[in-house]
Design a protein around this ligand. Structure first.
Ligand SMILES: NC(=O)c1ccc[n+]([C@@H]2O[C@H](COP(=O)([O-])OP(=O)(O)OC[C@H]3O[C@@H](n4cnc5c(N)ncnc54)[C@H](OP(=O)(O)O)[C@@H]3O)[C@@H](O)[C@H]2O)c1
Length: 238
């Protein structure tokens, strides 16, 4: 395929859907990955209605066989991946003012922590491993992380979410080094607190603001560094 290919996980809503649309508008063929086929189909229809080049693949990032199937499909049918946005993510810990719910590290179930890491960090690992053969020289991997994973800013609460994003940041550093000889960049991004289902209605940023640095890292000639953690197009501390 001559057209550049971008792969986005969790593409059916929120930041993933908006990132997919933006990449489509920039001329990429976008592979929308969604674990819910109906929601994915709605996302695909909304991009196709604007004549954007895209296709839908059913991918739950915790299911190794689905991620492997995606990898085979990309290699055999498209032959290239220029951009991977590891966006799929969850915050499984709820919060109550009295601190009695799972956002309290004193009561959170270790299984909740495990599942958070499984989706938010190991999902990205499965994707990178499955697409490794198909990345073009100079491809870009953007890991949608969070300031809640910053060790330098770490505070109480949301242990599983924080650990999962810190783990994702480790993945960024390790693969930035491992893929450097192929000039593949790997960076983490914090989108800020964004009004999505995950961020909630009180969040301070619009979705357009939230995807700005994601799309910049994925496509801009200005963003050629690797192994960094970014917010607002600027490096931030780990
Ligand atoms: N919003 C914020 O303030 C904020 C701040 C910092 C970081 N982030 C990060 O930004 C990313 C996107 O979040 P968002 O705010 O756009 O949230 P969102 O609207 O809740 O979207 C999350 C997306 O991830 C998908 N997903 C969850 N588990 C999955 C799995 N196992 N396999 C495949 N897809 C899965 C969801 O699919 P379903 O529809 O099937 O559930 C959905 O498409 C996340 O990684 C999040 O941690 C968000």
């Amino acid at each position: 395929m001559e057209q550049a290919v971008a792969v986005v996980t969790g593409a059916n809503r929120g930041l993933g859907l908006a990132t997919s649309r933006a990449l489509g508008e920039l001329g990429y063929h976008v592979v929308l990955c969604a674990r819910d086929s109906d929601a994915g189909a709605r996302a695909q229809e909304s991009l196709q209605a604007d004549r954007l080049s895209c296709e839908l693949r059913r991918v739950d990032v915790t299911r190794s066989e689905e991620v492997s199937d995606l990898g085979r499909h990309l290699r055999d049918n498209l032959g290239r991946v220029d951009v991977l946005v590891n966006n799929a993510g969850v915050n499984l810990e709820s919060y109550r003012e009295d601190g009695s719910r799972s956002a309290n590290p004193g009561v959170v179930s270790p299984l909740t922590v495990l599942e958070s890491v499984n989706i938010n960090a190991l999902g990205a690992l499965r994707m990178i491993q499955a697409l490794a053969d198909t990345f073009v020289h100079g491809a870009r991997i953007v890991n949608v992380s969070s300031g809640m994973g910053q060790l330098t800013e770490m505070e109480g609460g949301w242990l599983g979410y924080r650990m999962s994003k810190t783990a994702m940041n480790s993945l960024t550093r390790v693969f930035a080094a491992a893929l450097a000889e192929r000039s593949i960049s790997v960076n983490s991004v914090c989108p800020g607190w964004v009004r999505t289902d995950l961020g909630g209605p009180r969040a301070t940023r619009s979705i357009a603001e939230g995807i700005d640095t994601i799309v910049w890292l994925a496509t801009s000639e200005e963003a050629r560094e690797t192994g960094g953690f970014y917010r607002d197009r600027t490096r931030i501390a780990w």
